[in-house]
Design a protein around this ligand. Sequence first.
Ligand SMILES: [Zn+2]
Length: 151
Amino acid sequence: MSMFDDMIVNAKSAANAVGKKASKLVDLSKLRISAADLNGEINRKFQSLGRSVYDAHKTGSDPAEKIVSSSAEIDELMEQLEAINMQLVAAHAKVVCGYCGEENSQDAIFCSKCGHRLFEDKSENAAPEEAGQKEEPAPGAEKPDEKTPEK
Ligand SMILES: [Zn+2]
């Protein structure tokens, strides 16, 4: 490996470390390409199946075996396609920042605009702290019991 190759590798790893968001976008486009490929493959399987049934009809042979095997292949492809589509849907789901209203990606922990922590429901203990402080008696509002001398 030449020194130039080393430089390219280093530059690539640095880019990967810095641009996590960019690499995620690449993953999404890969998913879309996979979905399109699967769609095309499913359509080809359907065409092939139709052709097989036609040929079987013409030659007087039984297409049942071909139908069963093709259907199984199509089912498998459709399951893969569904899984990819679900990933795409999940990737597009947005989490709205409760502080500034900015839309963030679903796996974001902090708002990309204001830095506010998303998913407030996980840290509910912030609110009860304030409520506890209010229970302290204000000065001048002492309880009558404390002033009354003990018998
Ligand atoms: Zn925000």
